[in-house]
Design a protein around this ligand. Structure first.
Ligand code: PRP
Length: 183
């Protein structure tokens, strides 16, 4: 779905599909250069990272394998509790591997802070983070992110994996949601 297919739902397009594709290719080239000759285990965080991981790994020339985790923040109905629950753990072992966590967005940073701590305890050879989007203004838990697609404003942003009530993940552009949608 393009933003033009559902114009009334969006306020403004932050990045077009073409800009997203171009940025993904740039980050993929950076990763290829950094990991030259090494196999990368890409760990996607469900659900939002599906698009990013799928596109990123296909733009890369390095060998890679993938695994997935699903986590949920809970407590007071928001992410702010900092309590993260594992809904689906990795299928395989990461000990001694070069692990790259792939996320769609870093908002407060709580999810990734937890994940880094959790995965580090499993003894990977290296552990880095790629996040497609980051909201610098919302960050409360500092996370060391090696690769960032785009910094975005602290607004309701959807598309390319980012959802509102489960919808709009399949929007190929990235846009701010019109207030009437969530009012
Ligand atoms: C989103 C996103 C990150 C997290 C970031 O997940 O995918 O995992 O929120 O927020 P934080 O930096 O404040 O922790 P969400 O729980 O919305 O699930 P989803 O991936 O299925 O959309």
């Amino acid at each position: 779905m393009r933003a033009s297919d559902l114009e009334q739902d969006f306020d403004r397009v932050l990045f077009t599909q073409e800009q997203v594709e171009a940025r993904v290719a740039e980050v993929a080239a950076q990763i290829d250069a950094d990991y030259e000759g090494r196999d990368i285990l890409m760990v996607g965080v469900l659900n939002g990272a599906v698009m990013t991981l799928a596109d990123l790994c296909r733009s890369m020339r390095s060998h890679m394998t993938m695994d997935w985790m699903a986590v949920s923040s809970y407590g007071a109905g928001t992410k702010s509790s900092g309590v993260v629950r594992i809904l689906k753990d990795l299928s395989g072992d990461i000990e001694g591997k070069d692990v790259l966590i792939v996320e769609d967005i870093i908002d407060t940073g709580l999810t990734l802070s937890y994940l880094v701590q959790n995965l580090r305890s499993r003894g990977p050879k290296s552990l880095e983070i790629m996040a497609m989007f980051r909201k610098p203004e919302a960050l409360t838990s500092p996370v060391d992110v090696r690769y960032v697609g785009f910094d975005i404003p602290n607004e309701f942003v959807v598309g390319y994996g980012l959802d509102y009530a489960g919808r709009y993940r399949n929007l190929t552009d990235v846009a701010t949601l019109a207030p009437h949608v969530y009012a």
